[in-house]
Ligand binder design. Structure first.
Ligand SMILES: Nc1ncnc2c1ncn2[C@@H]1O[C@H](COP(=O)(O)OP(=O)(O)OP(=O)(O)O)[C@@H](O)[C@H]1O
Ligand SMILES: [Mg+2]
Length: 241
């Protein structure tokens, strides 16, 4: 089970160590603002968003006494349930349509403090659902129960969904798949995120093959967006409005 969530199965591996380093960067990226809700996106498909979301969530959950929720916000191509080998019969969409309540849908996991909320039925109108007042209220309410909420999202360079989520969560992580991404697509994605006033915490370079590395593929680099720091004031104002 959970072959893809390395930090879950093998906390001593270099990959888990890489995730711990990304975790520390996120923890220290915002001193003045609380960062509890974090969306993970990328410019294109297949760059590793779901993998990074799951591993980061596990990494944060191993911090003492921290409660973490991983939520599938990719309502078009949900995979969180597959990553953790759990059922997707009910999930976020059932909560938003009022068919189920949160406790009927949330899954516990073998990592203490880590809960999982899968997508549920794929809706005909994902963007509308993700942008609804109900969704925003739901995400806000989750903050009362969890220290961190990680939301897996579709590619921001292709559809609007990730931008919609990024506009109301506390932070955004941009995954850059070194095999898939090109610089123009990444630039456009960053512009899109800036336009919705997303608080970009940094970028994770995924699938990077370091020269001479025996661990080819499993390399991560966390980059911090300094331009973003200069704009932080603007972001906080919007958040409290
Ligand atoms: N660091 C990595 N090393 C090797 N393989 C990886 C790595 N990260 C992701 N993958 C693989 O790449 C593929 C895509 O990963 P994943 O599903 O996480 O991407 P995604 O960005 O969420 O895709 P989608 O756009 O379809 O939602 C999967 O087969 C996954 O196992
Ligand atoms: Mg995915």
């Amino acid at each position: 089970m959970i072959m893809r969530v390395v930090s879950y199965n093998n906390p001593k591996s270099p990959i888990s160590e890489a995730y711990r380093s990304i975790r520390t960067n996120i923890e220290f990226s915002n001193f003045d603002e609380e960062v509890k809700t974090i969306v993970v996106t990328s410019s294109q498909q297949n760059e590793g968003k779901s993998t990074v979301t799951a591993n980061l969530a596990v990494s944060f959950a191993t911090l003492e006494d921290k409660k973490v929720l991983i939520m599938d916000g990719d309502l078009r191509n949900p995979t969180v349930h597959r990553m953790f080998g759990i059922s997707n019969i009910t999930g976020v969409t059932d909560i938003l349509t009022g068919n189920k309540d949160f406790l009927e849908c949330v899954h516990t996991s073998k990592v203490e403090g880590l809960h999982i909320l899968t997508c549920g039925k794929i809706p005909p109108n994902p963007s509308e659902m993700l942008g609804s007042k109900k969704m925003k209220k739901f995400v806000e309410e989750l903050k009362n129960h969890y220290d961190y909420i990680f939301i897996d999202a579709p590619p921001v360079g292709i559809i609007t969904d990730a931008g919609i989520i990024a506009s109301y969560v506390d932070g955004t992580v941009l995954v850059v798949g070194s095999k898939e991404a090109d610089i123009e697509a990444v630039k456009i994605s960053k512009e899109r995120l800036d336009k919705v006033n997303a608080n970009i915490l940094g970028a994770v370079l995924n699938k990077y093959e370091a020269e001479g590395s025996s661990n080819a593929y499993y390399n991560y680099y966390y980059g911090h967006d300094e331009d973003q720091d200069k704009k932080k004031g603007k972001h906080s104002k919007k958040k409290s409005a």
